[in-house]
Design a protein around this ligand. Structure first.
Ligand SMILES: Cc1cc2nc3c(=O)[nH]c(=O)nc-3n(C[C@H](O)[C@H](O)[C@H](O)COP(=O)(O)OP(=O)(O)OC[C@H]3O[C@@H](n4cnc5c(N)ncnc54)[C@H](O)[C@@H]3O)c2cc1C
Ligand code: HEM
Length: 404
């Protein structure tokens, strides 16, 4: 389905085109106000569905705002783009946290009210109904795709969260812990694709749950699942709610609520050569992908470039070395930067890909902090990779979209 097929009415297209600039300038404030009024009316959604950390830092508002404004610009300027590729990431995230179709009405109500209150007189009926159309084009496409994914995953109303029990805790590196999980009930084994994540819901105080995503750091095919979690405990900032719970409170026998595996950044199953590039705990999806390739005795050329602060922080190092050794055409490249006191986003040594002689048709997968992804992608394009051959996973709301 293209946007043309599901496009804006002519009058909405004009109203949105004329107001792209003014709405673009105010959209962060509109998103912030709409969340404030939503959570005023429904505090349960803040404490049991949305990520409070992302709300506090403004990242979720920015993600919704960028999503809506960016999508409107696409509708107006590039109506031939396939809706599904644009919305796939959001749909997977929504399914994993349990968004329901009814909640789209609620968000729409608060969003349109915020358009009116933030834009004041500029919010004419024509403008508001044009942007309402944009919202519903996205909303309908998301609801449809989420229903499809939900059906594939066997999610029925009320059966979203499943209990898993912690059966092993392993320290992988400084501040990084793996939890091995076994179904606490007779769930059928979850099928997942290498690269996918689960949402984990944990009780953080008397009345609240918080949900976060963790990539599965194991190959598919076993009854047990494994996640690997970095403790977010940065000076001057509150400790990360869920990572602290998983590190300090979850013991052997603790039950955790997990969503079915979701995520659209999965290993392509062609024969193309593969390049994995990770930073820090961003190694997790590649442990799953490499483990899967090793089990399948794959002859695909696989290069894993891992960047980390230093050996003490490097999780899954020996496991990845073993897995790559099992691949006839596997190799690993390590880049350590020991500037330990630098802020997380400042210590990014440049990776020189030109010396790696990547084969024709190489597909690259990147995972790490946003600034690392942006720099790595630019370096890869410079080294000759086609932009369309570079896929990436961001461990947070997506605030950066690679230009196509
Ligand atoms: C698809 C996907 C896969 C992922 N896979 C992994 C993985 O394999 N391993 C992994 O470790 N992580 C992974 N993540 C990240 C993970 O989901 C969490 O975001 C991470 O664990 C932090 O969650 P938290 O609850 O501990 O921190 P949060 O409570 O969410 O806090 C996050 C940051 O915001 C700051 N903050 C919170 N509140 C405030 C405030 N009021 N003012 C200022 N700052 C504030 C905190 O100090 C912290 O630095 C993944 C994310 C995604 C989206
Ligand atoms: C057209 C409507 C919507 C759009 C465009 C939209 C957009 C987004 C985007 C861009 C993200 C971040 C995805 C990522 O990069 O990880 C997201 C996440 C999320 N959305 Fe939506 N969304 C919509 C509707 C809804 C509705 C109806 C709900 C339910 C109340 C909802 C709840 C959430 C939650 C809980 C998350 C994860 C939050 C987090 O981890 O911070 N969204 N959405």
């Amino acid at each position: 389905m293209t946007l043309e097929a599901s496009g804006l009415s002519a009058s909405a297209r004009d109203a949105v085109a004329e107001s792209l600039h003014v709405v673009g300038e105010a959209i962060q404030q509109i998103a912030a106000e709409s969340y404030a009024s939503l959570f005023g009316e429904r505090p349960d959604l803040l404490h049991r569905l949305f990520n409070r950390g992302n709300q506090a830092t403004g990242e979720q508002q920015a993600a919704l705002a960028n999503g809506l404004a960016g999508f409107a610009a696409l509708l107006v300027h590039r109506p031939y783009i396939d809706v599904r590729t644009v919305l796939e990431r959001i749909a997977h995230k929504h399914v994993s946290v349990g968004v329901t179709p009814q909640q789209y009405e609620l968000i729409h109500h608060h969003l349109m009210a915020a358009f009116r209150s933030v834009l004041g007189d500029a919010a004419t009926e024509r403008l508001v109904s044009g942007w309402s159309e944009v919202y519903w084009i996205m909303g309908r496409a998301l609801v449809r795709r989420e229903a499809e994914l939900g059906a594939q995953l066997g999610i029925e109303a009320g059966l979203h969260w499943r209990s898993w029990q912690v059966v092993q805790r392993t320290t992988e590196a400084h501040g990084i812990l793996s939890l091995l999980l076994e179904p606490a009930d007779e769930w059928p084994p979850d099928h997942f694709l290498p690269g996918q994540y689960v949402s984990v819901a944990v009780p953080v105080d008397d009345d609240s749950f918080q949900i976060r995503q963790y990539s599965l750091s194991c190959a598919p095919g076993a009854r047990r699942l494994r996640i690997t979690v970095e403790l977010l405990d940065r000076p001057g900032r509150p400790a990360g709610e869920v990572s602290a719970y998983l590190h300090h409170t979850a013991r052997l026998g603790t039950q955790l609520l997990l969503s079915p595996p979701c995520g659209e950044v999965t290993l392509d199953d062609s024969d193309s050569p593969l390049l994995f590039v990770s930073y820090g705990v961003g190694i997790t999806p590649f442990v799953s992908m490499t483990g899967h390739l090793a089990r399948a005795n794959s002859a695909r050329p696989v290069t894993h470039v891992h960047v980390d602060r230093g050996a003490l922080h490097h999780a899954h190092r020996f496991e990845m070395e073993d897995l790559l050794e099992r691949l006839p055409n596997g190799r690993g490249v390590l880049v350590y930067d020991d500037l330990q006191s630098a802020p997380a986003d400042a210590r990014r040594p440049p990776v020189d890909f030109s010396g790696l002689s990547l084969g024709p048709g190489t597909l690259a997968y990147l995972c790490g902090p946003t600034s690392f992804l942006v720099r790595t992608r630019a370096a890869l394009v410079q080294a000759g990779l086609a932009p369309g051959a570079i896929r990436y996973e961001v461990f947070g709301p997506e605030l950066w979209s690679a230009p196509s």
